[in-house]
Design a protein around this ligand. Structure first.
Ligand code: PMV
Length: 309
């Protein structure tokens, strides 16, 4: 039996603008994740997944399915064919389409498990590249930030098409993640922003540029231990995301509730229109902010701390 794991993630700054070449910051969230177990079985391979309630022979799944695409990508990269003789069990605690990196975490946990099971010697860079191929099937033209932060399992300063830079916070960052419970596929909001951008570049290019500038300033705040300034940047970033039309009433209510109850900063996180928001808190006010988020309609609240490396 072989087992591998991948954490979830949240984006702290720069979502959407990252698709247009601006930097973004994301951190792994170890409180949620995906575990993949591979066991030898006789005959054709089979997959069991709690995520989509699936228990099926691989031979019955169409090749266009992201799971089968991953098997194909692994086969192409390594010459190893996993379509016979193994059972995959996928066990996830990451809510789907909520901005916590469910799709990328499944791909990376699967690739890590395949790599270990077949001793194929893929390093994190290769695993990241293969996972990106699957992200393209899930999301159309993703920036690659989700697979990168999960593959490297460290806070990252990410610019599309550039080598990954890891970030080292000098102080722990206490975050609460508030889930609206609203299913919000990223491809939809990314497509809508693309349309706005295409039709009115004169209005939307300056917003994208400002989001990028905020991500650069946020990096300096994280590396110099300036949580108050970081919090202000989160609030500014949220306002710019609203102007990109990717917030919604529920996200705005959670962000407002967090700030009214003492959070240092708060913003939506990920594709938006639902999914999750994040609040930067202190160990002292985390309890009050958590209660306020639940009272304002959050379906779940996760706490995570980004530690200095
Ligand atoms: O919804 P998530 O957490 O998968 O994040 C998407 C981030 C976007 O910038 C909106 C899209 C992308 O490909 O980077």
């Amino acid at each position: 039996m072989t087992q591998a794991h991948a954490s979830g993630k949240v984006i702290l700054f720069g979502e959407h603008a990252v698709v247009y070449g601006q930097p973004a910051i994301a951190v792994p969230v170890s409180q949620v994740g995906v575990t993949v177990t591979i066991e030898p079985i006789p005959g054709g391979s089979r997959v069991i997944s709690n995520l989509i309630g699936r228990n099926a022979l691989l031979s019955s799944i169409p090749p266009s399915d992201p799971f089968m695409a991953l098997i194909a990508v692994f086969f192409q990269a390594t010459g190893t064919d996993p379509r016979h003789g193994v059972q995959f069990e996928i066990d996830s605690t990451i809510p789907v389409a909520s901005g916590l990196g469910s799709g990328a975490a499944v791909s990376i946990a699967l690739l890590r498990a395949l790599n270990a099971h077949y001793s194929t010697n893929l390093g994190p860079v290769a695993i990241n590249e293969l996972a990106y191929e699957i992200e393209k099937i899930h999301h159309g033209s993703p920036s690659g930030i989700d697979n990168s932060v999960i593959a490297f399992d460290k806070p990252v300063f990410f610019v599309k098409g550039h080598p990954i830079e890891t970030l080292n916070p000098v102080l722990p960052l206490d975050l609460l993640i508030g889930d609206t419970g609203i299913y919000a596929p990223t491809s939809q909001s990314v497509g809508d922003v693309k349309l706005l951008f295409h039709n009115h570049p004169e209005l939307y290019q300056p917003i994208i540029d400002q989001v990028g500038e905020i991500a650069r300033e946020a990096r300096a705040c994280i590396e110099n231990g300036l949580p108050e300034s970081l919090g202000k940047l989160m609030i500014e970033n949220h306002q710019l995301l609203r102007r990109l039309t990717v917030s919604c009433g529920e996200l705005d209510r959670l962000v407002e509730a967090a700030i009214q109850n003492g959070a240092i900063g708060a913003k939506l996180s990920g594709g938006g229109r639902g999914g999750n928001m994040i609040a930067l808190v202190t160990p002292e006010n985390a309890g009050a902010v958590r209660q306020a988020l639940l009272a304002a309609g959050a379906k779940a609240v996760y706490g995570t701390t980004v530690m200095p490396l």
